[in-house]
Design a protein around this ligand. Structure first.
Ligand SMILES: NC(=O)c1ccc[n+]([C@@H]2O[C@H](COP(=O)([O-])OP(=O)(O)OC[C@H]3O[C@@H](n4cnc5c(N)ncnc54)[C@H](OP(=O)(O)O)[C@@H]3O)[C@@H](O)[C@H]2O)c1
Length: 232
């Protein structure tokens, strides 16, 4: 009998395929792949699911997976306006969900660095701020979920002035995010540049391992998985 845990992949596009390649390294056997119009019953014997689909599909998929009590990692972006509904569904079915607009460890460190910079500059009115990102031209949502989260981190740190937000979509770029602060005296630019999708896939698999091992219920962010609940 295999010792591997059974993984369901919801969405078998660029991210789903990358995760399938790396899954055995994390002790997972891909037991079900579900793309548009596939039956979710295929996933009923799985231990955990990873969902990378589309902003239009993700909330319905989360509801189906929660009703099956299948702990789920959600990488799809562009659905945060529905967070209250998702939280209620996960709580109602006493299951678990880990989400992040970005499953790279480096970006989750970047979130904290940006938060700290915003805190230090919130009372320095000569500094204006901008937030910018570029991704491949097949990415559907703009600005990216990661950029929205970066801006949110800045606001939560108390940076109340305008933050000028911009996005580009071109070529095959896996994702670069810049946060800048500019004054008459100087400019600070903080940048995270992804080299490939591999870091996102590895992070999602790490989150799936955590869900299987911890058997927690509720909604968690990837930062809870990698840093614990230590957010300040
Ligand atoms: N959080 C992160 O770290 C991270 C990293 C990268 C990407 N993302 C996000 O993850 C999502 C997917 O990215 P991707 O690059 O893998 O996109 P993609 O290559 O377009 O793949 C999406 C896949 O989902 C399938 N799909 C669509 N509707 C579905 C449904 N109702 N049920 C099941 N599967 C469905 C699509 O099938 P069809 O082709 O048949 O329509 C396609 O195979 C995007 O929202 C992207 O922004 C997040």
């Amino acid at each position: 009998m295999s010792m591997n845990k059974k993984l369901a992949l919801i969405g078998y596009g660029k991210m789903g395929r990358m995760i399938a390649q790396l899954a055995p390294e994390y002790g997972f056997e891909v037991a079900a792949t579900i793309d548009l119009n596939d039956e979710f019953a295929k996933a009923s014997s799985c231990d955990v699911a990873i969902e990378f689909t589309t902003p239009e599909a993700v909330v319905g998929n989360i509801q189906k997976l929660a009703a099956m009590k299948l702990p789920t990692v959600v990488g799809t972006t562009g659905w945060l306006a529905h967070m209250d509904q998702v939280r209620a569904t996960v709580d109602q079915h006493k299951t678990a969900l880990v989400w992040s607009p970005n499953f790279s460890i480096g970006v989750n460190v970047f979130f904290r660095l940006v938060r700290e910079a915003a805190l230090l500059l919130k009372d320095e009115p000569e500094y204006g701020a901008w937030a910018w990102e570029i991704h491949h031209d097949t990415k559907k949502d703009a600005p990216s979920g990661t950029l929205i989260k970066l801006v949110e981190e800045m606001k939560q740190a108390g940076y109340a002035r305008n933050i000028d937000v911009g996005s580009n979509r071109a070529g095959r770029h896996p994702g670069t995010h810049d946060i800048g602060f500019d004054s008459a005296a100087d400019t600070i630019t903080l940048r995270h540049a992804a080299r490939s999708r591999e870091g996102f896939a590895r992070g999602a698999l790490k989150a799936a391992q955590w869900l299987v091992a911890e058997k927690r219920t509720g909604v968690f962010e990837f930062s809870d998985v990698i840093f614990g609940k230590t957010k300040t």
